[in-house]
Unconditional design. Structure first.
Length: 220
C-alpha cells in the first residue's frame, strides 16, 4: 500500500473527528486526533476480522448442512460418516464469500494504515496527513468556495459530510500541495467515495473534481 494513499485514508478519518472550526486546531491537535484515529482504525480492524470469522463459520455450517442433507448421505446408516458431495456455487454462497472478502480487505487496509503511521514517529504517512490538514486549515475558505461553486446549487452545509471531506482533501492536494499527479488524486478521491459513502457519491465527487481541474487550468 502506498504511503500517500494511506495518508488520504487517515486524513479522511482525521477530518471526521473535527468538532469545531478548523482554524481553532493546532498542529499538535492534528497529531493527537490522528493518534486517536489510528486507535479507531485498529479497533475497527479487530471488529471486521471478527465478522470475517463469523462469515467463515456460516459458510462452513452451510456446507456441512448441504453435505448432511444430500440424498447420497440421507440413506446412509445413522452414525456413519458423511460422504463428500459436489456442491453448486449458489448465489447465496457467492454473496457470503463476497461479503467476507470485503470485510477482510477493509480490515487489512485499516491495519496497514495503522502500521504505516506507527512504524516510525516521523513517518511519511503521518507527515503527509498533517500537511493535508494544515494546508486545508490555511485555505479552508477557498477550498469550500470551490466545492460550493461546482455543487450545482447545493448548499455546502447540506452535503454529505464524508463527501465534503473527500472533496476537501482532494482539492487541497490539487490546488495547494501539488505533489501528486492530478489523475492519482482524482482517482483515489473517487475510490474513497465508493468505499465509504453512498452509491451516488463517487460520480458526484468525480464531477466536482473534474470541474475544479478544468476551471483552474490544472495540468500534470
Amino acid at each position: 500500500m502506498q504511503a500517500r494513499r494511506a495518508s488520504r485514508e487517515l486524513a479522511l478519518i482525521l477530518f471526521s473527528q473535527f468538532e469545531k472550526e478548523i482554524s481553532k486546531y493546532s498542529k499538535s491537535d492534528f497529531e493527537d486526533i490522528m493518534l486517536k484515529s489510528v486507535r479507531i482504525l485498529s479497533e475497527s480492524a479487530s471488529e471486521e476480522l471478527k465478522l470475517t470469522i463469523g462469515s467463515l463459520i456460516d459458510i462452513k455450517s452451510m456446507l456441512e448442512d448441504y453435505e448432511a442433507e444430500h440424498e447420497s448421505n440421507l440413506s446412509r446408516p445413522i452414525g456413519a460418516k458423511n460422504k463428500p458431495v459436489q456442491i453448486p456455487m449458489t448465489d447465496e454462497m457467492i454473496a457470503k464469500v463476497d461479503s467476507m472478502l470485503d470485510v477482510a480487505e477493509k480490515a487489512i487496509l485499516a491495519l496497514e494504515i495503522a502500521e504505516f503511521t506507527t512504524l516510525e514517529n516521523n513517518s511519511d504517512v503521518k507527515n503527509y496527513t498533517i500537511k493535508i490538514a494544515s494546508m486545508f486549515k490555511e485555505h479552508s475558505k477557498e477550498v469550500d468556495a470551490q466545492i460550493q461553486k461546482y455543487s450545482n446549487g447545493w448548499d455546502i452545509s447540506r452535503l454529505v459530510k464524508i463527501d465534503k471531506d473527500i472533496l476537501r482533501i482532494a482539492i487541497t492536494e490539487l490546488l495547494y500541495i501539488k505533489e501528486t499527479p492530478i489523475k492519482v488524486v482524482a482517482d483515489e478521491a473517487v475510490e474513497l467515495a465508493k468505499k465509504y459513502s453512498t452509491d451516488d457519491s463517487s460520480s458526484f465527487v468525480n464531477g466536482i473534481i473534474a470541474k475544479v481541474i478544468l476551471e483552474n487550468g490544472l495540468k500534470g
